[in-house]
Design a protein around this ligand. Structure first.
Ligand code: ADP
Ligand code: MG
Length: 706
């Protein structure tokens, strides 16, 4: 949906600069100066009650004294005057406001209250506001040419939309963009995000034809669930790159659940971002490396990389980097190799990486690149050049640009050249993205392939709905407010959700064990039930393979002793049918207070603690995503069966994940679930959960804004 509410901020016909100053180096001077320097296409009205002229422009004592209409007001007056100035702006009928002034929510409760007051008034008037506590906004579109920031850096027009939560970092971002020759559509320093948030900007850029790549520097998500939903939609049409610093404040969770412990707070953020197609960069540097590739290259159709070089060393480094990042080295066809051989010297290597040796000319770069890019077994090309004695790096880059032109595949150039070369080429944004080192090019390529892979997925996959008795589940959850469900209730919840479990009986005393065991059928498994007893086998509270009633009773006596020694109070017994076949896997649910539930699958039993071989998913979970989680674990081959073992039935694993996804959506009171192990057997009918813990509590409240 088009977000036109930001138009007065990005494309105003006139700007009032409230707090414009004659004092050089002040914010009130710099911002006005930038507006003029960038040659803003509309009218500029400085407002300053103490000066008749500021920066050669007639100044007005207040915004209301301006005769002509004002679209955008940029406010830089001291904090105490901000509310009154905002009121004046609203009376004047301005349509957009940017508050640069600091001293609001970031300094404490009093500032936050003042900020809310201003926001409420602005919202009531239907006006949008950026800030407070920000560095301003830029629209580099030449038709507007608005630089309403106090940053000492100009902005060139281009195709990257950038939003930064930090003002100081915003200056650095503009600097880096300028030095790399990267152009922007709009830049926004959001500050405290009292009104306009990252989510608004995502929606604005979603429909902006000029913006090809969206970049965000974020410190927090005000409303992560909204963010993920919007991002998932926007990522379908354009890439979103995020540098997220810090960790979720509320990320701490009960470490007693495997799912919660493994899904540390920062991992959760990454998981949610990646599930929405959002690419996460670790540094601003990384972000621009990827953004340039996304901006200038088509998306790859697969992960097979061809490397073209004039030196061996960097090609080996590139190969290593690509393979480590999950890309594959392309196998060149006989035809391609013959073609290359026809014009390259005999010392050249014509299989991937194609090494044309140091004598390679610009012409050879162009021809070879065309050959490699034409090979249907190649999805992307890295063209590496170490400046040799003879060829000029400018000619080589031009040749690479020519070779890449009609390739229809990403071509990334690695130019190991002088500083002077980089200074010169930054003003030529037409060529393929250029990197100084093979690793950064490989990282950029791996990122765009990850995004392309996400885009290749079916957009609208239908999510199965299972017929289950949700009321019965709620009735079980109603029995207590918070904490772990008793084991028999946890088993019941699974059964109500159609997840197979072993047969079980809860027994109060040793005297009743024999009859219950006979009832279940031997062999049986005996487990102690005790409050707070989390890892039962650690204290000898699980005995498997009990063949007779006598063995059960004897085991119970031993468990009684070991449980007491460990300091627990025995509350009863859980007798279970012994599951005879299968690989131990773990299924889990862990709820992030802000992002929502996370699903986990991996190798279970004791392996989960040692190998942490797990994959995550978010709701709503599509069947293909469930499959990816299962196939994605490192130990997947074990489930498929090694050395002649039969494969585990994978259908029941996928179905179990989908059923759990439905469970968390319908029963948000379930905060954590660990099903460990679930025995993944060769046949679906033999697969069973043998141990489950469910923790319930208040579903997390939703915060406002973003
Ligand atoms: P905990 O995880 O609290 O130590 P479990 O109930 O998971 O206790 O039991 C520990 C191990 O015992 C399991 O990982 C599994 O190998 C085995 N086990 C437990 N119950 C059964 C069962 N019903 N059938 C087969 N093996 C079982
Ligand atoms: Mg267990």
């Amino acid at each position: 949906m088009a977000n036109t509410s930001l138009d007065p901020i990005f494309s105003p016909r006139s700007v009032a600069v409230i707090g414009a100053s004659r004092k050089r180096d002040s914010i009130g001077f710099s911002l006005l100066h930038n507006l003029i320097l960038q040659e803003f296409q509309g009218a500029i009205y400085p407002v300053n009650p103490h000066a008749g002229v500021v920066h050669s422009l007639k100044a007005y004592p207040s915004v209301k004294a301006i005769d002509d209409p004002v679209d955008l007001a940029v406010i830089m007056v001291p904090k105490t005057y901000v509310p009154e100035v905002v009121d004046e702006c609203l009376e004047k009928g301005v349509r957009g406001i940017v508050v640069i002034t600091a001293g609001f929510a970031e300094i404490g409760a009093e500032g936050a209250a003042l900020e809310r007051q201003i926001r409420d008034r602005v919202r009531a008037a239907g006006v949008r506001m950026v800030g407070p506590n920000c560095m301003g906004v830029i629209n580099a579109d030449p038709a507007v040419s608005l630089n309403a920031t106090f940053a000492p850096v100009p902005a060139s027009p281009g195709s990257i939309g950038f939003v930064s939560q930090s003002g100081a970092l915003g200056v650095a971002i503009l600097n880096v963009a300028q030095s790399l020759g990267i152009g922007l559509t709009q830049f926004v320093s959001m500050g405290n995000k009292a009104d306009v948030s990252g989510n608004d900007l995502l929606e604005y850029w979603e429909d902006d034809p000029e913006t090809r790549v969206i970049c965000m520097y974020l410190e927090s998500f005000g409303n992560p669930r909204n963010f993920t939903q919007i991002a998932k939609r926007v990522s379908r049409s354009k890439p979103i790159l995020v540098v997220k610093s810090g960790r979720t404040e509320e990320g701490a969770r009960a470490a007693s659940s495997h799912t919660g412990a493994i899904a540390g707070a920062d991992l959760t953020v990454s998981t949610f971002l990646s599930k929405c197609g959002v690419l996460r960069a670790n540094t601003i540097d990384d972000l621009f490396n990827v953004a340039r590739a996304l901006d200038r290259c088509p998306l790859p159709e697969g992960n097979r990389v061809g490397i073209l070089t004039n030196a061996g060393g960097p090609a080996i480094m590139a190969t290593d980097a690509c393979v480590n990042l999950g890309l594959r080295m392309a196998e060149l066809s006989q035809q391609t190799r013959d073609d290359l051989r026809s014009f390259l010297p005999t010392e050249a290597s014509v299989s991937n990486p194609v090494d044309m040796i140091a004598s390679a000319s610009a012409k050879q770069y162009e021809r070879a690149l065309k050959c490699i890019a034409a090979d249907s077994g190649v999805d992307a090309v890295l063209a590496i050049n170490v400046t040799p004695l003879l060829a000029s790096p400018y000619d080589v880059l031009e040749a690479v640009a020519q070779g890449a032109k009609h390739a229809g595949k990403p071509v990334l150039a690695v130019m190991m050249a002088t500083e002077e070369f980089y200074e010169t080429i930054k003003s030529q944004p037409e060529h393929p993205p250029v990197y100084r080192f093979p690793e950064s090019a490989a990282r950029a390529l791996a990122s765009i392939e990850r995004y392309a892979e996400w885009r290749r997925r079916p957009a609208e996959e239908s999510i199965p709905v299972f017929e289950v008795d949700d009321e019965a589940v709620e009735a079980i959850l109603d029995k207590q407010k918070t904490g772990y469900l008793p084991p028999e209730d946890a088993m019941r919840v699974l059964a109500l959700y159609g997840i197979p479990t072993v047969a079980w009986r809860r027994v109060a005393g040793i005297g009743e064990l024999a009859a219950a065991a006979t009832d279940i059928g031997f062999p049986v498994v005996l487990k102690a039930i005790a409050p707070d007893l989390v890892h039962k086998s650690d204290v000898g509270a699980v005995r498997v393979g009990l063949e007779t009633a006598d063995a059960v009773v004897a085991a119970a006596r031993e468990i009684e002793t070991s449980v007491a020694t460990a300091g627990y109070t025995l509350e009863g017994w859980l007798l279970q049918e012994m599951a005879l076949e299968g690989h131990e896997v773990i299924f889990g649910i862990s709820t992030d207070p802000k992002f929502g539930p996370l699903l986990m699958f991996g190798l279970g039993g004791k392996y989960v603690e040692v190998f942490r071989d797990v994959r995550f998913g978010v709701t709503p979970l599509a069947p293909s995503e469930a499959d990816e989680m299962i196939h994605g674990i490192r130990g997947f081959k074990l489930l498929e069966g090694v050395r002649g073992e039969p494969s585990a039935d994978l259908g029941i694993l996928r179905e179990t994940l989908l059923r759990l996804a439905q469970m968390t959506q319908r029963h948000p009171r379930i905060l954590e679930l660990d099903m460990n192990p679930f025995l993944a057997a060769p046949h679906a009918e033999q697969a069973r959960a043998v141990d489950v813990r469910i923790r319930i509590g208040q579903p997390s409240a939703q915060s406002e804004g973003a």
